[in-house]
Design a protein around this ligand. Sequence first.
Ligand code: B3K
Ligand code: ZN
Length: 875
Amino acid sequence: GQVIRLEDYRPTDFAVHHVDLVFRLGSETTEIEARLTLERRAGTDPAAPLVLDGDDLTLTGVWLGDEALAPPRFDATPDRLTLRELPAAGRFQVTIATRLDPAGNTQLMGLYRSGGVWCTQCEAEGFRRITYFLDRPDVLATYRVRVEADRAAAPVLLSNGNPQDAGDLGGGRHFAVWDDPHPKPSYLFALVAGDLDVLTDRFVTASGRDVALAIYTETGLSARAAYAMDALKRSMRWDEARFGREYDLDIFNIVAISDFNMGAMENKGLNVFNHKYVLLDPDTATDGDYAGVETVIAHEYFHNWTGNRITCRDWFQLCLKEGLTVYRDQEFSADERSAAVKRIASVHGLKAQQFPEDQGPLQHPVRPTRYREINNFYTATVYEKGAELVRMIATILGAERFRAGMDLYFARHDGDAATMEDFLACFEEAGGIDLSQFALWYHQAGTPTLTVRERFEDGRLTLGLEQDLQRGAAGTGTQPMHIPVRFGLVSEGGADLVAEPAAGGAEIDGDVIHLTTPSAEIVFEGLAERPLVSVLRGFSAPVTLRFEQRQEDRLRLARLDPDAFSRWRALTDLVGEHLRNASIARAAGESAAFDARIVDAIIASAEDERLEPALRAQMIAMPGEAEIARLVGQNVDPEAVHEAREAALTTLARRGEATFARVHEAPAATGPFSPDAAAVGRRALRNALLLPLSIASGSPDLAHAAFAASDNMTDRLAALTLLAHRFATEARTRSALDAFFERYERDALVIDKWFTLQATAPVPEAVEAAERLIGHPLFQLANPNRARAVIGGLATGNQRAFNRADGAGYRWVADQLVALDRLNPQTAARLATAFRSWRSFEPRRQSLAMEALRSLAARPDLSRDLADIVERTLA
Ligand code: B3K
Ligand code: ZN
């Protein structure tokens, strides 16, 4: 495949001012007419041809004005349309007719059918699967869309912007016309038509604009959109209050679709969602699902300003809209719920998803400079690390100057297709600060290591800081970066001490040390006692922290650091280190005892009344096997990791049984279902205790009782997962799984959970179980959620089975990828990233994984999407 390079960027020769689209939807074929109002840009070659992008298109006609054209005035292939002898100056119109087969479009890019619904997905390059176009984000046009369809099949006809006209066409057909006054790139185009139910509401903006809100769902399911609607209204209010951003159309529509490649899509005025992020009720969705809906609804809504009003100049700038919008949705959730709980969850996700990516073969800078397939760059690095970079800008500038920088960005670039440089320039100006060193975060790949040393004598504390990007940052530079290190000095009694820095090689601003050099020493004087050093509070920079801190200091911080995030971090780091050492010891045939003081610290946090229950649940959760493998780093034996984790769980369960039982049974821990944050926290804690309690008793009785008593999906699924993962061979487990299946057979989103919980059972035989699951009558490879539930469940949710010693996991996943790639390259490529950590395993597994990857790479018929991932993973 061809490599696209940032340095080759240049604007198009033609501007597209307006796009007039007509869709004649039919059950077999759909006819499309696109009338483009074009103009050569000043200063370009007056004879240059117009070269439009296409992808797998069938052309049925081309007109210049009213004149039908014939070759050689144009030439067309499925992937390109070239028009010659166009006017040298002034506006002119080109009309292009294409014919599509939406029902045969299994890639789910462009116009396709999901169930009986016609829908579109255009980001990044799907519009070129509908018509020939300058399909790139810096070509902004207004759109008018006319949709015609059978009224019976599609009573609802939607597109971007405001509704303008609708009517009957006779013969059972009808039409609707939509008009979007805001110039937008083609990737934000959307159309939906079908027989849909709707939940409506309204929202009055701060300046008094009355906005009609609607969420469309499959028939019979609109009641399940109530929470999504509530989240939407809260998002709209929050963006006004926090960033001064108001909604800008008379109508905001969301449609829930069951076949969707990703989470959701921010099309202007018509967001299209994976139904997983819209449909909820307590009986079918977990508390995690509720949090996911809130996040994704907010994220897509926030894109209206960060993404749509200000879009990207080119796809290398993807973090401009994605990193920033993730930062915004994280801040929203932090404000709506507990900030500490949210931050812990975000950091946990960053370490689980982005760190392995940044430390493996798929590593790339937050702003990449080359790609072969842009859809493979919607990554944790662009999204989650991109959000961390925005967070660091906020930390460096402080809340007020950060807001001023955002205000300037909105004022200056509204209506633009902008770059990262444009974005940073706004903060430099509003903040009166030079961010050129900070910008390295966007250009240099890899996770920096921050090493901290401390020395205390005669009332003087010396902190040594050192940064290092050598490890694994291939090819994109390793210059020292600007690392904001939030810190505190904590007294024996658990209070933050105020100490004046006496001397130092780094600037200190309040509680933030700005490390800008390879290393620096800072001295604090006049300390009556040796303080406990709490560094990287709130995870103020996405780095790997190496701090050889005394164990008793860390245990104390885990108990009394005034910063809740840091308490969690102190404890999880201690546990993580033990699990890492114990895994390495086991692989060498030895064993390592779990330090009783750490175990006691976990037990104590379970009943620490000063902590909200959600935080306690986070403190007692043991790192997963993949996280432990990442900490081990090389020569990983997944069986040793599994055994080390099991041994630690058993120690914890036995020693903490009495405490855990007490907390589990406390009357305050139960009560009828409610979706509020406090109730969510109580459920999280109780469900987290179910595991150690079941291990201690060695019996599934508690989980069976919880399963039987559950009045909501959170509790039901927690109990059932425990049964399926730990008591798989018992007949009673099978009956529980069957009962669950029968109850929810017709509920696709719940059946996805049923598939996942079996594919993720941490036993080697899960490979054979997954093979049986894909033979199940309800398994559908063409449905991305279902494919992800089973193939993704095994490949990314089951370290032990995927990395099975005989290579069966690798081979099975590779076989599924080949089959899926024929239908849906994008989803296949995404699932293939499961192989990204293959080089960290012991040599035998490495060679088995390599064989599976090579056999994939050797196939002549791989999509560009999958080939790109496989080749980069092997490189
Ligand atoms: N912008 C879309 C993602 C599009 C992915 C294309 N492969 C959803 C989002 O980030 O909000
Ligand atoms: Zn996004």
